[in-house]
Design a protein around this ligand. Sequence first.
Ligand SMILES: Nc1ncnc2c1ncn2[C@@H]1O[C@H](COP(=O)(O)OP(=O)(O)OP(=O)(O)O)[C@@H](O)[C@H]1O
Length: 893
Amino acid sequence: MDAALGPPERMADRADELTPMMSQYFELCSAYEDSLVLFQVGDFYEAFCDAAERVSRLCEITLTKREDSTGEYPMAGIPIDNAESYIETLLDAGYRVAVADQVQDPDEATGVVDRAVTRIVTPGTLTEDELLRTDDNNFVACLARSGDRYGLALLDVSTGDFYVTSTTDESAVADELGRFSPSEAVVGPDAPTDPFDDDCMVTPHDRSAFEGDSPERLVESYFGDPGTVLGTAAEVRACGALLDYAEYTRGAEGDDTDGERDRLDYLNHVTRYDPREYMLLDRVALESLELFERRAVHGRAGATLVEVLDETACALGSRELKDWLRRPLTEREAIEARHDAVGELAGDVRTRERLHDRLRDVYDVERLISRVSRARANARDLRSLKDTLDVVPEIEAALADADCATLREIRADLDALDEIRDLIGRAIRAEPPIEVTEGGVIAPGYDERLDDLRETERSGKQWIDSLEAQERDRTGIDSLKVGHNSVHGYYIEVTNANLDSVPDDYTRRQTLKNSERFYTPELKAREDEIIQAEQRADDLEYDLFREVRDTVAAESERIQTLADTLARLDVLASFATVAAEYDYARPAFVDDPNRTEIEGGRHPVVERTQESFVPNDTHLDAENCFAVLTGPNMSGKSTYMRQVALIQLLAQAGSFVPAADARLSLVDRVFTRVGASDDIAGGKSTFMVEMTELAEILASATDSSLILLDEVGRGTSTTDGLAIARAVTEYVHDEIGARTLFATHHHELTDAADALDGVFNLHFAADQDGQDVVFDHEIRQGPAAASYGVEVAREAGIPDAVVDRSRELLDADTADRSEHGKNVTNGHRPDARTNGETAATADDATAGRSGDDGAADADPDLAETIREQNLATTTPMEALALLQDLQERVEDE
Ligand SMILES: Nc1ncnc2c1ncn2[C@@H]1O[C@H](COP(=O)(O)OP(=O)(O)OP(=O)(O)O)[C@@H](O)[C@H]1O
């Protein structure tokens, strides 16, 4: 176990003798064993012993020590004012942090001041704005098992988004986790801990939260009858245990005296879903289609799909956009409803701009309302809520002429919460301070008692303001001054020279070098009155503020619905902007299965990152659903395949698509097996990764899926690779029948088109311009003629000698194959040098005989290596590796 966690060993052997404060620390460390405890001492959060050493090293703060009668303890303190950034460092280092605050006024404490853990900060349950990304959700997952079923719950504590699903298939769990990418996971007994990403913290949680009727009771207390809101026992367990964990991380501050935990009142809705309601995009697909993360491919300046699509105006919309892309729909009606709205807004630039303009003033009310419910919102938060509510009627007005059902529904759902808006407007000052306990928060006119107190305060101060003139008159001392300081309060200051004129009712308050300060009984009385009124007013303000906050909290469900409505509208407007500005077309959905008809399709990201882009068509249907795609390296195969998948994904997310026209049938899942990636940390070779991904495709794809295969069998010998590629083609064609695009450098695979109905060839061509290869990026029917790997190798900087020799080998191979049906290994090997001198035969080289020109001094194995190559089945990647090897050997000579 990590020595920084749990009760410090150094204290354990003297636990009974510890000072009361250290004993408190020791006990909190024992109670929160899985967290690093930060313990408030005045203005600092302290850690002691091993935890101190760890905190000091990670946060780069000085390690000091605390000494008392029981010994000496290393100590490290982080300033409370700046705690969040240090806590972030500790989270990044993999710790959960239990924050133990002083929960009693030190002046009221008889012995040691009471402390309690008020929050446990963990990666998945963050609510601190400083630690959260505004444009993305932050989920904590909970995986529970009941019989052979897995229940998966996902909660964003900062926004209240809560999803639950269940499945009997462990790989489906991994797929959903890939989609939501939680930063933390709570795992129940018997549930697997391996489907989580490396960067997801797996948290052990109290077993009892998963057991007995505790999950059920908790679900019921939040959402009503578990049987109605949720489906299976596994879902109830996952959801209940996650609620328990979320409450646990709120610490003890909310604990009632009877030990009941405080509730997370803003969690008033859980969405139960079936993964089949959404187009499935597993982790591999999300990564290879670069939806949210970039991959450096061909050195192109990377961008992600979400980056080129995000024209949202507010944080709510930008998070919603990610969610729509993560979970494209599979129900035609729902998709078309989104398309209707996008179409209407795309055609109405004025409304779109007006909406965008207004939505820019919308605050992140989703996170705001969760702060309100957790009693962490300040007066500025409430004003921000009001500012948001203020724009709602304007948004409503902008949608006054909305025609389609979706926009009309949105308009109807817009709820400006007039009474809340009015309440905040009346109660909270326009620019309130951050601190809510020190007054200045409640607006004048809101509460009579408060106004009276403020009036007393004001008139008292006014009287004091007039006192100076009055006392000057009375005493005849022209230099007399009335002032105030925080230690001594109000005073009348008289210089030493005038002390003789001081009246009898002056009492000395303070002596300075050149003057004396006094007060009079009346001044004192007025001062007390002001102080009292001020104190009572501040307290009253705080009470009133809390009342307003509670009233707002009681409407959290309506505010969440409003947030959701605004988020949807923002995404639809963003889709519309992209559609209008980048010439996207509305896709049509067709009933016949397996249809992908795209005219002039473009890759939404690549077209934005380079000067010109060549649009291409795609035609797949039940009769022709498997395209084998050949062509030189860099000709555009990967781009083309991804563009087909992205168009399908965008269409189902509700967006228009980068194409002149698209007619599509729905897809249940996009599979990708593209690019070579090593999973060295996971102990898998490139080939293993490739085969694991392929196995998943073959096991799970249906005839409604879209499959992209980019060079299958690359990581093994050419013969094995080709065999696998061919077998996969046959299997997908015969058994699955999914729409498939298969890019390959195995030219033999193009023969599959003759053998299998439904398989056809497409290719990209290249022109040779002198020694350069020029790509037109235009897709054509039929197989590619040549692969141009050698020319691409030249462009990559392989020396001419090697490139020329490769070209000779290729030519010889082609000639041999056409004449004898043999490969190049039987051909002749000319001189390795390029000076045109007499070539030695391969046989000479193999035999190690020297030619007159010295060329035969060449490494005899070199010829052997070249002979061994079956160039007919060598991929360009392999050819490149070979060239590199040959080059090194040639240079050695
Ligand atoms: N339709 C197109 N219009 C314009 N440029 C394109 C087009 N398609 C691809 N490109 C450009 O060509 C580059 C290479 O494309 P891509 O990666 O798709 O080639 P590839 O044939 O898959 O190569 P390899 O076989 O080496 O993986 C892209 O980065 C892009 O810059």
